[in-house]
Write a protein that binds this ligand. Sequence first.
Ligand SMILES: *[C@@H]1O[C@H](CO)[C@@H](O)[C@H](O)[C@H]1NC(C)=O
Length: 375
Amino acid sequence: MIKRGVVVIHLPFVYEGVVSSFVSMALRLFSFSGCRSFLREHISPKATLCALRQSGWIESRLGGNFIELYGHKLQRNSLLLQDELHVLLHLCRSAEDMKTARDAVYRYHAENRNGKYKFGPVFIRLCYELGLEKMAAATLTDKEMRGFFSDFTSFNIGIDMLFVKGYYDDALEVLQFMRRQRVPFNKETLMLASAVCYKLNTTESHAICTSLIEEAQVKGRSVTRHAYCFAVALALKQNDVQRAQALFAQIVSTDRICQNLKILLLVMSGATQEAIVDLSSAVQLSKSPSFFRKPEFSQELLDQMRLRIVGEAQATEAEQVISELERAGQVTRQTLDDMLCHTPTAPKRKMAPIVREKRTSRRIRKPLHSTLTSE
Ligand SMILES: *[C@@H]1O[C@H](CO)[C@@H](O)[C@H](O)[C@H]1NC(C)=O
């Protein structure tokens, strides 16, 4: 499972089909005549592959060679076989390799419009690993490749990658391309769309986000809480408090993002007194020896509240509750944006005594391989 950006994408990491063909091809390339029967009798192809991969031996010794040979093959216009393409993709380790891979998938797609195996997700994931987000975006939105990326999986990976790298305009373009090509959105796509629109923070992106969510509601598709949260936060950024309220009413959750959004919503809609009441009850909650996690509020949010009520009668009351929150350790430096764009945390353990939530590093900064193998 790949876990990065703002979504969790389920994808086989080792694609099974490649294993046996990879081993047999490796054996052919090496003429391992002596150990062939030994391998067959004692070691499963998968184990062999793992061992070879772990040592990085094949890749370093022959990967480059294979890719070079493959490049020649492409130039000779000879027929591309599915198994060979598997191996080629498997051996790609650099941007240079990926140029050959891209040429190969274009050729393969042109020759096999109805190819059984879907290389799309593997190709895009490789772009992800090698930091080739522009190549991914260009390939995903190329009309010549229509049908190669047949479902939302490849698109979701691509959009997630563009989001993580901060290419929000490109991400929106990919989303719009999906719409035009009638590639159905799943709930992760919708959440990514919401996230991208939130980051763009324009009148247009606000309108897009709203209409996508409304459409999903009308069609009875599920909208994740996270998608709603981005939409609420975007509406608030755009000062559309009414829309934010309507969207917020759809969320039935009391997690940290929602608690913070609610306070911001109350403050922005002029219901400061209600916000203060909410904050006071959060302080009370922290005093009771309960199993609930202490609600935490963003410093940024509390500052915003202060600004709104400067000189008003409630100001003193607000200051009081804010300092109580500070004393109880319920104020965090994390901004609302940090909370929204963080990895969703593991499901809550119901009755466990609450330890402070572990601060996970921002996924964007984690080394790739740890995120690839983390789940
Ligand atoms: C979002 O857009 C609004 C309206 O254009 C603008 O006033 C606001 O400062 C923007 N917010 C951020 C965080 O960029």
